[in-house]
Ligand binder design. Structure first.
Ligand code: TPP
Ligand code: MG
Length: 606
């Protein structure tokens, strides 16, 4: 391509060059014209969302599965502000997101005109931009066509480097001005500048510590995924013959069916023996740590700094000594290269105590103690699995996943409603990733045949339920499980078990599919209140290998819960335990599974 192109077109071409194939958003009169240029870019698609918050969540889900930025477009004021909560979630959880705001023209801004969506009689059109400071790593505030292409390139690069949101503010009139198409011939360099000397030092410190440790272990966490180091983490898993643990937010990152995957190390709240096995290590290598309360058993996972190595996004800390100016992905790649082909550690898998047996095993209705393991046997290799904040996020983690399950939840920021639009974005990304892999003919075992499965709560779903319409319109074959437990159970567990503020609007989900013109609503809506009913549904061909979007409503008692959630609350102390008991929450393991751990003596090393 040579000659002149509009700045709008330039921006889309640049995004497409770095791997973005779908743009999400909502049109408005300050972005319409440059939305046209999306269709000029070969293979770049537009998916319109039902509102801007959903668009931001969808872009977030897309980015998590594809490893490239999710991109949204909004309009001046009303649109950009509506997206902000979703953008903040991406900031909180280091998700790559590019928010393009179509702004009023430069003349309108200079004259402080009372253009619609503005505030006051002499409006500052940049006030929303100012409100968003702190919720992004960089912003291109475009004004001059001469510098605009460089500015766009700069923030795209920054989005990759920092792994988080950036903004492009594009005045409508500027988007139509022309730039040299030859600029597209030089690709944006999105790779980090690696300080090799700093990295060598850090890697040497890691390998020295590893070789002098007798029983090292690895704890993987979410930022390894966010900084695109999943394949390096998997390679390390193969190269080190030592126990590997995950957190709630890093479940599925390595193959959990492998011998040396031990489990979810979540402090005091865990499967018997897992914490003990972790604590028995004399060195823990932690990758991409994100120790939020919801990702650390309420801060109960105690790591001793003198026995810990942290590989953080831009720093390595070895037993308290800092090695700055490093990059997580690059450190892991170099570490892998410097490790011997044959693992030096000969650790064998610790034998954990026998699994606990829930006391409501014989119930006929769907219980949470039965539901989560049962759902997991529906999940298969290659699936994308999205969980929502609530009892769901605690329940779904409580299983060993099949290999190659791409699992995501917004555990740290925890904005309910995230999961439904994020699933839309995740499915779009999954299809793109799997298609590209097929074309490259390097299909990994188990992927390429997956599905995208959402598990959400009735309260969370209500927040962003319209996005199911977008999924149906786009013909996506997503499977949605809705836990209908009559309201905000997780909130009831914290306070106000029986208060009306924890109730929600009773909803007849059978109407959802016809409402959004689903092509086959009767065969695609399923409802179960008993285990037997759910068993039958899970065996249906249309649920196993969907041809259309499927909804499975699960009726679960209001006071039933995932024990991991109960455990995380109960670990706070006697008052919390008393409350949960008096209000009658189902405690299927007794004392929320807290005192049945194996104890250090309970774990046997073969
Ligand atoms: C945007 C937003 N508003 C409010 C909350 C507080 N909140 C956290 S979980 C929750 C209830 C979730 O209910 P549901 O999805 O039904 O899950 P359940 O625990 O019942 O399984 C609420 C209101 C939040 N996290 N995010
Ligand atoms: Mg609920």
């Amino acid at each position: 391509m040579s000659g002149k192109i509009t700045l709008g077109r330039y921006m889309w071409e640049r995004l497409h060059q770095v791997g973005v194939d779908t743009i999400f958003g909502v049109p408005g009169d300050f972005n319409l014209q440059f939305l046209d240029s999306i269709y000029e870019v070969k293979d770049l698609k537009w998916i319109g969302n039902q509102n801007e918050l959903n668009a931001a969540y969808a872009a977030d889900g897309y980015a998590r599965i594809k490893g490239v930025p999710g991109v949204i477009v909004t309009t001046h004021g009303v649109g950009e502000l509506s997206a902000l909560n979703g953008v903040a979630g991406a900031m909180s959880e280091n998700v790559k997101l590019i928010h393009i705001v179509g702004q009023t023209t430069r003349a309108m801004q200079e004259k402080h005109m009372m253009i619609h969506h503005s505030i006051g009689s002499k409006p500052d059109h940049q006030m929303y931009n100012k409100a968003a400071t702190g919720l992004r790593f960089a912003a291109a505030e475009l004004w001059d066509v001469k510098t605009a292409p460089k500015e766009i390139d700069r923030v795209i690069k920054e989005c990759f480097l920092q792994s988080g949101p950036v903004n492009v503010y594009l005045p409508l009139d500027l988007s139509a001005e022309e730039v040299d198409a030859d600029l597209l011939k030089t690709p944006i360099d999105i790779s980090p500048k690696v300080d090799t000397a700093a990295e060598q030092k850090a890697v040497k410190a890691i390998t020295d510590a590893l070789s002098s440790a007798k029983h090292p272990a690895v704890l993987i966490d979410a930022l390894a995924h966010r900084f695109n180091a999943t394949s390096e983490t998997r390679e390390l898993f193969k190269k080190l013959n030592v126990p590997f643990f995950s957190t709630n937010m890093s479940k599925g990152l390595v193959d959990e069916t492998e011998e040396m995957y031990i489990g979810l190390w979540n402090g005091e709240v865990g499967t018997p023996g897992v914490k003990e096995a972790g604590m028995a290590s004399d060195l823990v290598l932690v990758l991409g740590y994100l120790p939020a309360d919801t990702n650390s058993g309420g801060f109960s996972r105690k790591l001793d700094d003198s026995k810990t190595i942290y590989v953080n996004p831009f720093e390595v800390i070895v037993k308290g000594t800092s090695y700055p100016n490093t990059h997580l992905k690059s450190v892991l790649a170099t570490l892998n290269n410097s490790l011997p082909q044959t693992p030096t550690h000969k650790a064998s898998k610790p034998q954990l105590p026998a699994p606990r047996v829930p006391n409501d095993l014989d119930a006929k209705h769907i219980t949470q103690s039965w539901l989560w393991p049962r759902l997991m046997s529906y999940i298969r290799p290659g699936d994308v699995l999205i969980s929502e904040t609530g009892t769901t996020s605690f329940g779904l983690c409580d299983n060993i996943f099949p290999s190659n399950v791409r699992f995501q939840g917004q555990n740290y920021y925890g904005s309910i409603g995230w999961a439904t639009p994020a699933t839309l974005g995740a499915e779009v990304a999954r299809l793109e990733v799997d298609q590209a892999r097929k074309e490259e003919e390097k299909e990994e075992q188990g992927t390429g045949q997956g599905r995208t499965v959402l598990v959400t709560g009735d309260g969370s779903l209500a927040m962003t339920i319209q996005e199911i319409g977008t999924m149906i319109k786009a013909g996506l074959k997503i499977v949605i499980f809705i836990v209908n437990n009559d309201g905000y159970t997780v909130e009831r567990m914290i306070w106000g078990a029986k208060q009306a503020y924890n109730d929600i609007v009773p909803t007849n989900y059978a109407h959802l599919l016809p409402l959004f013109h689903h092509p086959d609503p009767e065969r695609s809506f399923h409802k179960a209140a008993t285990k037997e009913e759910l068993e039958k549904i899970l065996e249906k061909e249309e649920v196993k290998n969907p041809e259309n979007l499927q909804i499975v409503e699960l009726v679960v008692p209001k006071l039933d819960t995932a024990w991991r959630l109960g455990g995380q609350l109960a670990v706070r102390g006697e008052a919390a335990r008393k409350y949960l008991k008096e209000e009658g929450f189902v405690d299927a393991l007794g004392n929320w599974g807290l005192d049945e751990g194996g104890g250090v003596g309970g774990v046997k090393w073969a």
